[in-house]
Design a protein around this ligand. Structure first.
Ligand SMILES: C[S@@+](CC[C@H](N)C(=O)[O-])C[C@H]1O[C@@H](n2cnc3c(N)ncnc32)[C@H](O)[C@@H]1O
Length: 208
C-alpha cells in the first residue's frame, strides 16, 4: 500500500492558473524544467499535466515535502511520466543533478521561495542557475517583491513583518537587488508581470 502523504497549500491552488498563463508564454514544447522549492508538489503535477511534452523535475530540501510530491505524482497517475522529486537545498552548491537533466534543461522555476529563505539562498539560486543554464534559457521567479525598496501594498508590509517574526533572515526581497544578482550571473530581467494578490512573475533570460 502506498501512503498518502499529500500536503495541501491553499495559496498554491489559488495561484496555479495565473502562473500557468505566464509559463505558457515561455515554456517550449520539449525539454525539462527544474523546479526549486516545490513544496507540496501541487504546482508540479499541475504543470506536468498542462505541459505534457516536457519533463517537470520537482525538488525540495524538506523530506516531508518530497514525500508529499511523490504522493501527488502517484495520486495524479503521473508515475510513468514525471520523475520523483530530488533533494536540492539551493545553498548547498553544486546542486546534485544528473547530466541528463542539465542537458535537457530549458529553464528553472521557483515559486514563493526566496522570501521564506535567507538572502544567501537568492545569491546561491542565481549562481547555480547561471552555471546550469545556457544562453536564452530562463529563470522564472514568482512571489511578492518590494519595488524601489518599497512594499507594493499594505498587506505585503504586514506579511513581511510576519515573515521576520518567524525568522529574522526571511523577508520580502527588493526586486532591484534580486535582479542585480541575476545580472552578476549573466541574466537580464526580461519581464516583470503583475499578478493577483500583489505578487509578481519575474522572467530572467540568460544572456550568454
Ligand atoms: C512557501 S513554500 C512554497 C512552496 C511551493 N513552491 C508553492 O508555491 O507552493 C517555500 C518552499 O521553499 C523551500 N525552501 C526554503 N528554503 C530552501 C532552500 N534553501 N533550498 C530549497 N528549498 C527551500 C521550502 O522547503 C518550501 O517548499
Amino acid at each position: 500500500m502506498i501512503l498518502d502523504n499529500r500536503l495541501f497549500f491553499p495559496a498554491t491552488q489559488r495561484n496555479k492558473d495565473s502562473i500557468e498563463a505566464v509559463l505558457s508564454r515561455i515554456i517550449k514544447k520539449n525539454g525539462s524544467i527544474l523546479e526549486i522549492g516545490s513544496g507540496s508538489g501541487e504546482h508540479g503535477v499541475f504543470f506536468q499535466k498542462r505541459f505534457p511534452k516536457i519533463i517537470w523535475q520537482t525538488s525540495d530540501r524538506e523530506l516531508v515535502n518530497r514525500k508529499s510530491i511523490s504522493s501527488w505524482i502517484n495520486y495524479e497517475d503521473l508515475n510513468k511520466k514525471m520523475p520523483q522529486p530530488i533533494v536540492i537545498d539551493v545553498e548547498k552548491i553544486p546542486w546534485e543533478i544528473s547530466p541528463k537533466l542539465v542537458n535537457a534543461l530549458q529553464g528553472i522555476v521557483s515559486i514563493n521561495m526566496i522570501h521564506v529563505a535567507q538572502w544567501k539562498s537568492t545569491i546561491s539560486l542565481f549562481r547555480e542557475a547561471g552555471k546550469l543554464l545556457n544562453k536564452e534559457k530562463f529563470l522564472f521567479l514568482y512571489g511578492p517583491f518590494k519595488v524601489g525598496n518599497k512594499h507594493t501594498s499594505q498587506s505585503n508590509y504586514f506579511f513581511d513583518q510576519s515573515l521576520k517574526t518567524q525568522n529574522h533572515l526571511w523577508g520580502i526581497r527588493n526586486l532591484e537587488e534580486v535582479s542585480y544578482e541575476g545580472k552578476k550571473n549573466g541574466f537580464f530581467q526580461e519581464d516583470v508581470i503583475s499578478m493577483p494578490a500583489n505578487n509578481f512573475s519575474i522572467i530572467y533570460r540568460k544572456v550568454y
